[in-house]
Write a protein that binds this ligand. Structure first.
Ligand code: TPP
Ligand code: MG
Length: 382
């Protein structure tokens, strides 16, 4: 999707007590500002934004199916966060870098990752840019300027801060966005990243999905701060509290802070208020720690329904278009899964290569040993 011209955005208000938003829970514009004017998004771009959100939801649904069918070993869901995830990715430029967290991958098609690559990663086949070296939900691809995330919560923030420092010193006109959950703000890595982003004035955006739980731990047990966004104050820069179910507000704020970071190296923290509609992962039972009614209530105010209502309100969408879109994506996803699977498992020795620029002798030795072991196993089963 083509982004609007630079420098055209009005400044969002930092450190608000209520989340910034244009759309109310019914998907209708509230207040006297036309979100199209403030965001600079055209009608065609609004439709593209919604389409990308639907695609992310459908990739996610297929992720769950693959686990249930025993074709994937594990899965982590984006459901409930599609609007904020897609809108913030769309607000970036191709030269920017993305540090995903484990709920980001179903939206990475926005950065140019193909569906075959995304499903290749979930299935760990040769279609995966990381060649099956990572567990599902850990997509990365240098080609698309997407870092490979590490599993420890918040680790990405500090790596992203280092990358932002490198960009600044190499005078690249680009920004790094680092995603994480509200749980990641309790980790030392978050604070190190925030501290040095402020000290060195780095082009870093730390984007926090406050989905109100870190597995079973509620947000109230993470911090006594009223908002997460206000933590930025302590590090000498601004924090923005946004309604994460309003993709337009998320787009506006992200685009604004990204433009500012590229031109004058000002870091920013964004807190997007969301809700995780699914269990934490395919290995979790969320009804043990949160009531079904709470989940159902959040389903009523999530981003997909809101954005669809808004497009309908503008006369840009209807049931027929919705059905056609689902049919188109169902086909595309089915084909992508088939291709990703047909790519076959990566060669056994792949796991020893590309760990270092050149494979050191001890990894070469381990690779030979693994090959010998595999051949012995095959022999003993023959
Ligand atoms: C350092 C560390 N501690 C614990 C875990 C296990 N773990 C994985 S995800 C997660 C919850 C993180 O919650 P949050 O940051 O709010 O993100 P969310 O999953 O809610 O999107 C935990 C505790 C881990 N991966 N790394
Ligand atoms: Mg969380």
């Amino acid at each position: 999707m083509q982004a609007p011209e630079h420098g055209t955005l009005t400044r969002p208000t930092p450190f608000t007590r209520e989340p910034l938003r244009f759309l109310n829970e019914e998907g209708l514009p509230e207040g006297d500002r036309d979100p199209r004017e403030v965001t600079g998004l055209s009608d065609a771009q609004l439709v593209d934004l919604y389409r990308a959100m639907v695609l992310s939801r459908k990739v996610d649904q297929m992720g769950w199916i693959l686990v249930r069918q025993g074709r994937a070993g594990f899965y982590i869901s984006i459901q409930g966060q599609e609007g904020a995830q897609v809108a913030s990715l769309l607000a970036l430029e191709p030269q920017d870098w993305v540090m995903p967290y484990y709920r980001t991958p179903p939206a990475l098609h926005v950065r140019g990752a193909t569906l075959v690559e995304l499903f290749g990663q979930i299935l760990g086949t040769n279609a995966d840019p990381s060649k099956g070296r990572q567990m599902p939900a850990h997509f990365g691809s240098r080609k698309h300027r997407i870092f490979v995330l590490g599993s420890p919560v918040a680790l990405g923030h500090v790596v992203a801060m280092g990358a932002a420092k490198a960009l600044k010193y190499s005078r690249e006109n680009a920004v790094v966005i680092s995603y994480g959950g509200e749980g990641s703000t309790s980790e030392p890595h978050f604070h190190s990243a925030m501290n040095f982003a402020g000290v060195y004035r780095l082009p870093l955006i730390v984007f926090i999905f406050n989905n109100q739980y870190a597995i079973s731990v509620p947000r109230a047990q993470q911090t006594a701060s009223e908002t997460l966004a206000e933590k930025a104050r302590a590090y000498g820069f601004e924090g923005y509290y946004v309604d994460g179910s309003d993709p337009l507000a998320v787009y506006w704020v992200t685009r604004f802070v990204a433009e500012r970071a590229r031109t004058n190296h000002t870091p920013a923290l964004i807190e997007a208020l969301t809700y995780r509609l699914d269990p934490h992962s395919s290995a979790d039972d969320d009804l043990k720690y949160r009531p079904r009614e709470e989940v159902e209530a959040w389903k009523q105010r999530e981003s997909l329904a809101r954005m669809r209502r808004y497009l309908e309100h503008l006369g840009l969408w209807n049931e027929e278009k919705e059905q056609a879109l689902h049919a188109e994506y169902d086909r595309a996803i089915e084909e992508a899964v088939e291709q990703a699977e047909q790519a076959g498992p990566p060669d056994l020795e792949e796991m020893f290569h590309e760990v270092y620029h050149t494979t050191p002798w001890y990894l070469q030795e381990e690779a030979r040993e693994a090959r010998r072991f595999a051949e012995e196993q095959e022999g003993s089963h023959a």
